[in-house]
Design a protein. Structure first.
Length: 270
């Protein structure tokens, strides 16, 4: 009887160098599609034997294309494609003072000293997902993004409550002070856990490229959306959207060279 039972038992698993990866792939079928897509074995990457690349993450603010191009040129150490050349003022040839003033105030004069340090360094393999990169960046700048969102909300509330009738400067200052105190007190109040919409974020990933002519430019990669799911906990989960790529998209599926710096923009939408 015992011999029959032993014969029906499955063979013991192999605990070689890829044992952890094999068990991870098997668990992916039981846990769900998320683990299945993220399994390194399914994508041909063995993280236990392959060394990762250190990907530098830089935070970009605003949506100005010329400013993004200049920032990218500073990071990559190559001249920009010249998007902002048309916006530069025309200086007469004989006006040396104006030329010196423009040279001192232009971003090119600042050089490498103006480039901020990377906000984080992501250890990435070829199968690293865009959600992993976006989450790493958002964890660093989330407090700044929330502060900017709250400041915009206060400004919108102040604009909505503003009076269209003319008033004196003293009355205007008193009204603004009262509105600021009221808005600050509302922010400090504890929000209702089940009636307040939880925050949502959008993270845009971009990379920099250098053309054969030696010009640097910014290349958008993808957009990732996420949201907070539990009130009082900062845990974020990705959201599927039609205008965004799947959050389990690997870096090798994008027009991106592993190891190049990645630029991120983070925005709170709710």
């Amino acid at each position: 009887m015992s011999g029959v039972l032993r014969a029906k038992l499955p063979p013991p698993p192999s605990y070689g160098s890829s044992g952890a990866l094999h068990s991870d792939a098997v668990l992916g079928h039981t846990v769900g599609a998320l683990r299945l897509h993220r399994s390194p074995l399914n994508r041909g990457v063995r993280r236990t034997t392959e060394c990762p690349c250190a990907v530098r993450l830089y935070h970009m603010t605003g949506h100005d294309i010329a400013a993004r191009s200049e920032y990218c040129s500073f990071v990559l150490g190559a001249p920009s494609v010249g998007i902002s050349q048309a916006a530069q003022p025309r200086i007469p040839p004989g006006n040396q003072e104006a030329a010196a003033a423009w040279a001192g105030s232009s971003p090119s004069a600042v050089g490498i000293a103006a480039v901020e340090k990377p906000i984080a360094v992501q250890l990435a393999w070829a199968d690293t997902t865009v959600w992993e990169v976006a989450l790493t960046a958002l964890r660093v700048v989330r407090s700044k993004v929330d502060a900017a969102y709250q400041a915009d909300a206060r400004h919108a509330l102040r604009q909505a409550n503003s009076n269209t009738t003319p008033m004196s400067a003293a009355q205007d200052r008193l009204r603004q002070r009262a509105e600021e105190d009221h808005s600050d007190s509302k922010v400090e109040e504890e929000e209702a856990p089940y009636s307040t919409p939880l925050p949502r974020y959008q993270v845009e990933l971009l990379t920099g490229t250098v053309s054969p002519e030696g010009r640097a430019s910014v290349l958008p990669l993808c957009m990732v959306s996420c949201r907070q799911v539990v009130y009082g906990h900062s845990t974020l989960l990705p959201v599927r959207r039609a205008d965004c790529v799947h959050y389990n998209t690997a870096l090798y599926e994008l027009p991106y060279n592993l190891g190049d710096p990645v630029f991120v923009t983070c925005t709170r939408t709710r």
